[in-house]
Unconditional design. Structure first.
Length: 396
């Protein structure tokens, strides 16, 4: 018996070392493992697939996320509405009224005056908040509509956003804040102060870069412009108090704004200019003055070049008025169309002349400008502005 068992074990040991036996043993072991794993999996309860984050299998979750995004869009629109109005209010605020409220120690006015000590920083802060709210709101609106409508959502978003951003978020707040700038800004002074505090590091960095890139001359010009605008506000306040008439206020405004007037705005075109030729005689000059009612005539060549200026009074006051016309030709002041009218007035006063020739880039005469036209521009503009201001006061 022992010999049989020993022989059987030896045979089994030799068969176990063969490749076929090893492969069959591995295959049988894998089957056993799979059967065991299957029996264990049957013991666990089956679970339903959970809904994904888009809410395809959970309509309530989809509605909840849509309401959250809708609330964010609405908040962005509110921020854009108020900051668009703040931008318009900053440009329309009356510094005289603000200064009076600061003297009265009104807390909102004191806070607003402290913010307006750096108007460029305040304006940059307002623009940053406005643009950020507009971009975020439009992005979320387009994203939700595209998810719901596909590619047609882009057109739906355009149809909704165009009137909202153009009228409700731009025209309406600017009109309201421009009508009541101090009252609106005083209520939002705390919001402006908080916004400026949040962006103070970025604004400080921008201010330092601006000092490196922009010269000091630009800062002086900006201060001068602020002084002119303040002078205009003072005249408007004086008119409301009865210290100035509407015509006086309009004349002061014209004098302040006269630096922006160009020569092309007040020049007389060459086709309407009454001029003399170099070959004309003194008698022709006198007759032309009598027929036109003018006493100064530019002398223009056939090629369109200004040769000088003739004053008929010089001929009449001369005892020997039969001299050639060249003896009475004076030099003429020349300028360009883009030259400031204020500078031309200075040149004419320095030269003691009342007429200047306007030249183009080819040095050809395009027309003339006279002291009378400049004065007429001031007076007529003053009358027109006074009339418009009176009509607007009656309307509002």
């Amino acid at each position: 018996m022992k010999t049989f068992v020993f022989v059987r074990l030896s045979v089994f040991k030799n068969e176990a070392n063969t490749p076929d036996f090893l492969a069959s043993s591995l295959e049988q072991g894998e089957r056993t493992k799979v059967r065991g794993l299957g029996s264990r999996m049957r013991d666990f309860p089956r679970r339903e697939p959970s809904p994904n984050f888009t809410g395809e299998n959970n309509p309530d979750g989809f509605r909840g996320s849509g309401m959250i995004i809708g609330s964010i869009i609405f908040c962005c629109w509110i921020v854009s509405f108020f900051f668009n109005g703040i931008e318009s209010g900053l440009l329309s605020i009356d510094p005289i009224r603000l200064r009076q409220n600061v003297k009265r120690r009104v807390p909102a006015a004191v806070r607003l005056n402290r913010l307006l000590q750096h108007p460029e920083r305040l304006l940059v802060t307002v623009l940053l908040f406005t643009n950020a709210a507009d971009i975020l709101g439009l992005f979320l609106l387009t994203r939700e509509l595209v998810r719901s409508w596909g590619y047609a959502g882009y057109f739906v978003s355009l149809a909704i956003a165009l009137p909202v951003y153009l009228f409700l978020l731009s025209v309406l707040p600017k009109s309201l804040f421009r009508r009541f700038p101090f009252r609106a800004l005083a209520q939002l002074a705390g919001v402006l102060e908080l916004a400026s505090l949040l962006f103070s590091p970025l604004l400080e960095l921008g201010a330092r870069l601006g000092k490196l890139l922009l010269p000091d001359r630009a800062a002086k010009r900006a201060r001068l412009f602020a002084g002119r605008e303040e002078l205009k506000h003072i005249t408007e306040q004086s008119e409301l108090e009865g210290s100035l008439t509407s015509t006086e206020r309009a004349m002061i405004h014209n004098v302040v704004d006269f630096r922006s007037v160009k020569v092309r705005d007040v020049m007389l075109p060459l086709a309407k200019v009454v001029a003399l030729k170099p070959s004309a005689s003194t008698q022709e000059a006198i007759e032309l003055g009598a027929s036109s009612g003018l006493d100064r005539f530019p002398v223009i060549t056939s090629g369109g070049q200004p040769a000088g200026l003739v004053n008929v009074l010089d001929i009449l006051l001369d005892q020997n008025g039969r001299k050639p016309l060249d003896n009475y030709v004076r030099r003429i002041v020349t300028t360009s169309e883009e030259e400031s009218a204020y500078r031309v007035v200075q040149q004419l006063r320095a030269a003691r002349l009342g007429l200047a020739a306007v030249l183009d880039r080819k040095k050809s005469c395009r027309g003339i400008v006279t002291i009378e036209e400049l004065v007429r521009r001031l007076v007529s503009s003053s009358e027109n502005r006074a009339t418009k201001f009176a009509l607007s006061a009656l309307v509002f």
